[in-house]
Ligand binder design. Structure first.
Ligand code: HEC
Length: 105
């Protein structure tokens, strides 16, 4: 029982670290266009008409797979959305996707 508790505690602290990392990545690599909370309420976000990631219609349209593809390969329609496949690991991309899905309106 004690061991189990210790194991749980350790895995929780790992999860916390992973979460903090994802936030840092978002802040340094994504926030300038997509905004702190995904609303694209930034200068570049407005100029490039970046979509608000918090609205229901957006969440329905953008499945995990579609998000993964555009994050890895970039957008053909708007070069501002660059490919991140050389800059982020698979885990980091998954973390970002979970974070985006948790954005609230
Ligand atoms: C320099 C500005 C810029 C940065 C930085 C940026 N994006 Fe984007 N992003 C865009 C633009 C512009 C689009 C819309 C592309 C289009 O119209 O095809 C977009 C589209 C997307 C989409 C598809 C959904 C949509 O509304 O079109 C996802 C998911 C996404 N970005 C995630 C990210 C993530 C994650 C990061 C950081 C790792 C990031 N972006 C960094 C500008 C940016």
């Amino acid at each position: 029982m004690k061991l189990l508790r210790a194991a749980l505690l350790i895995s929780f602290s790992f999860a916390a670290v992973a979460h903090a990392d994802t936030k840092e990545i978002w802040k340094s690599k994504c926030k300038s266009c997509h905004g702190e909370t995904g609303k694209a309420d930034t200068k570049t976000g407005k100029k490039e008409k970046v979509a608000d990631m918090t609205v229901a219609a957006w969440k329905t349209e953008w499945t995990d797979d579609k998000m993964k593809k555009i994050i890895l390969d970039g957008s053909k329609d708007n070069k501002k959305m660059k490919p991140f496949k050389d800059k982020l690991s698979a885990e980091e991309v998954d973390g970002l996707i979970s974070m985006i899905k948790a954005f609230e309106p």
